[in-house]
Design a protein around this ligand. Sequence first.
Ligand SMILES: N[C@@H](CCC(=O)N[C@@H](CS)C(=O)NCC(=O)O)C(=O)O
Length: 233
Amino acid sequence: MLTLYTFGPAFGLPDPSPFVSKTLTMLKISGLEFETNTKGFNKAPKGKLPYLKDGDQIIADSTFIRLHLESKHAIDFDKDLDASQRATAWAFEKLCEDHLYWSIVHSRWMDDDNFNAGPIKFFDSAPKLIRPVVAKMVRRKIAANLQGQGFGRHSSEERALLAKKGVTAIADYLGDKPYFMGDTVTGIDATIFAFTNGGLCPQFKAPIRDALEGHANIKAYNERMKAKYFPEL
Ligand SMILES: N[C@@H](CCC(=O)N[C@@H](CS)C(=O)NCC(=O)O)C(=O)O
């Protein structure tokens, strides 16, 4: 049995982490049987979720999980794609993960209203007395990550512009296709769905959400993916 370590559904999303949502979607696309476990964060080999347990193997990181599923379980998520399409899909995946992700993180964690509407709940299990201190420490660490990556150094106008450019690229490439690469679902759909669905989360006011809301094709795509893979949501 495959076990995926996750944070657990929150904010009406399969998981608050787009990387976990990506992997949940990927596993659903694969058709493999799997279970989820929300108690694994402290043992995460890279200090991050998701990671997968497959027998006695532990695989950390959504991209390595995908590669593992492809090699060990003989799944080719991109079997219908030629080399040029695979290259395009890879570039869009990294646009989501290394760019749009930071827009989502910035708006959820750095904006006080958004923080109090969502991430603050992650600290409910900490003892009440030290809860604000723990929350402050984690927010500080995330602010440092945003500075290190660079996204946190931009002005709010610049951050909004970058989110808009990324989202427009996704909307333009998706066009009126049912799935991101064409008529059939491929690996990149797990990522595009996870990050656009996370960005559209109605619980947060965010430039990425404003940008996504402006594209009817992305919203329709999201509804299609949700109906197919997460009907419970
Ligand atoms: N490259 C990793 C990124 C995973 C990641 O950033 N996970 C975040 C949640 S979105 C996490 O677990 N953060 C916890 C921490 O940094 O302490 C992947 O593709 O799985």
